[in-house]
Design a protein around this ligand. Structure first.
Ligand code: KIV
Length: 253
């Protein structure tokens, strides 16, 4: 059965949790799909773990389109969601036009960062028939203004802002909500209040699902891994080891 945004929307009511992982290329998308991952995000985290940028702010729509097309060629059972990159959804019109580029490349839904401030863009996307995943809490596209990747929801003011953002995104028509670095008790409370599933990253165990950058899960980006991400494999060592063995064999003839 092909996974649809509506199927994900109903996950909480069915009592099911939603695992999600990122992919930026064809083989990874196929492998995740074969492993039974229901949601594959072509995240703009590709800026850091694939393209070598310091953060996600430089990722362009053309770069996103290129990687979405590669993932889409895997023709997965999993739902393919693509990030709208920074400044590609500054107005409702831009959000729709740029989301169409990603949908034409094979994405089945788009994700955008923000809460109350992006409600007009979510309405426009829904009006154009495009499924939307929200993203509240720490917003990586705003890391420069925020001065780093910090937990959201420690002060009462911040708690109220994250709550309002989450409720606004659901109300505007998103089918699921990523909560990044949200203080765990607040994440639990919001998860209880929303009908759509929350998908946490660094937000504790009580979200409706969890998402990770696959490079963090499989140890493929050894130079930095967030504290909350536990690696289940060590791909970096396997690659280094295989390359060293190849170098040795070639040199020895
Ligand atoms: O870009 C990304 O991979 C993301 C996830 C970490 C949620 O937005």
């Amino acid at each position: 059965m092909k996974i649809t945004p509506e199927w994900i929307r109903g996950a909480k009511a069915r009592g099911e949790r939603v695992p999600a992982l990122t992919a930026y290329d064809y083989p990874t998308a196929r492998l995740l799909d074969e492993a039974g991952v229901p949601v594959i995000l072509v995240g703009d985290s590709l800026g850091m773990v694939v393209l070598g940028y310091p953060d996600t702010t430089q990722v362009t729509l053309a770069e996103m389109r290129h990687h979405v097309a590669a993932v889409a060629r895997a023709k997965t059972r999993a739902l393919v969601v693509a990030d709208l990159s920074y400044h590609t959804y500054d107005t409702p019109e831009a959000a729709v036009a740029n989301a169409r580029v990603l949908i034409d490349a094979g994405a089945e839904a788009v994700k955008l960062e923000g809460g109350v401030s992006v409600v007009p863009e979510i309405h426009a996307l829904r009006g154009a028939g495009i499924a939307v995943m929200g993203h509240v809490g720490m917003l990586p596209q705003h890391v420069k203004e925020e001065g780093g990747y910090k937990i959201k929801g420690r002060s009462e003011d911040e708690k109220e802002r994250v709550r309002a953002d989450a409720l606004a995104v659901e109300e505007a028509g998103a089918f699921a909500l990523v909560m990044e670095l949200v203080e765990p008790e607040l994440a639990r409370e919001i998860t209880g209040r929303l009908e759509i599933p929350t998908i946490g990253i660094g937000s504790g165990a009580h979200c409706g699902g969890q998402i990770l950058v696959t490079h963090d899960l499989v140890g493929a980006f050894p130079w930095f891994r967030p504290k909350f991400a536990v690696a289940k494999a060590d791909i970096a060592s396997s690659i280094r080891g295989a390359a060293q063995e190849f170098v040795r064999q070639v040199k020895e003839g």
